[in-house]
Write a protein that binds this ligand. Structure first.
Ligand SMILES: [Zn+2]
Length: 225
């Protein structure tokens, strides 16, 4: 069996880009670096490339990238991602392969977090794993029969965008549709719900304390209602 060489892992976030180099079968990075995603007059891809160069360990077999979606993991194209406006149908893996001359792979952050939990974390030893992340949005990753569930467009595990309430009056989701799980149960959804209830005059210890909203501490706010 052939053994893998070094790999580079990249995490794309709306605030930070991170890159790390790993030796075969090691979970401890040889080198890792972080930088802000956005800077004036500089493209995000160029900042990412500089980061990869900073951790490049000499010989690399492949680059793996985790990014918020929606994206197409088969073609390596980021369709659109809310905090990175300059990437619209951006062929990320093609650009990485051209720049660094090694194969590059892309998937969404929740899928890869689910895969990591299945392989190294809480899901180790299980054949079927459901991973959910609840923060500003809601993301999901599903392992079925020891395989990451992708679906036709790689969107099978977009669990935050499952419709719970089909009515036109349902709360608006970050994706532009209404009534999705994320519109109710994400940090943003809970915060919006609390703000709406306060605006409608519902009595709460938060009434008249707009600063609580400014802290975006939605979980705390719901505790006070
Ligand atoms: Zn949605």
């Amino acid at each position: 069996m052939s053994r893998m060489g070094h790999v580079i892992a990249i995490d794309v976030g709306g605030t930070h880009l991170r890159a790390a180099a790993y030796a075969p079968d090691s979970q401890i990075p040889l080198k890792h670096r972080r930088t802000k995603s956005h800077a004036p007059d500089e493209k995000i891809f160029d900042r990412m490339a500089a980061l990869v160069e900073a951790v490049w360990p000499g010989e690399v077999d492949a680059i793996g990238v985790s990014s918020p979606g929606p994206l197409d993991s088969r073609t390596g194209v980021v369709m659109a991602t809310p905090n990175i406006k300059e990437w619209r149908n951006f062929p990320l893996t093609a650009n990485l392969m051209k720049r660094f001359g090694v194969p590059a792979f892309l998937d969404n952050d929740a899928n890869l977090a689910g895969l990591a939990e299945w392989k190294f974390g809480a899901g180790r030893g299980h054949h079927d794993v459901l991973y959910l992340t609840v923060s500003t949005g809601i993301g999901g990753g599903v392992i079925l029969g020891d395989r990451l569930l992708q679906g036709h467009h790689g969107l099978a595990a977009e669990l935050g965008h499952v419709t719970l309430d089909p009515r036109p009056s349902a709360p608006l989701c970050g994706c532009g549709f209404r009534g999705h799980l994320e519109a109710f149960s994400s940090g943003t959804g809970i915060e919006n719900y609390v703000a709406e209830q306060l605006a409608a005059g519902r009595k709460s210890s938060l009434t008249g304390r707009p600063s609580a909203r400014a802290t975006r501490d939605a979980a705390t706010m719901t505790c006070f209602i």
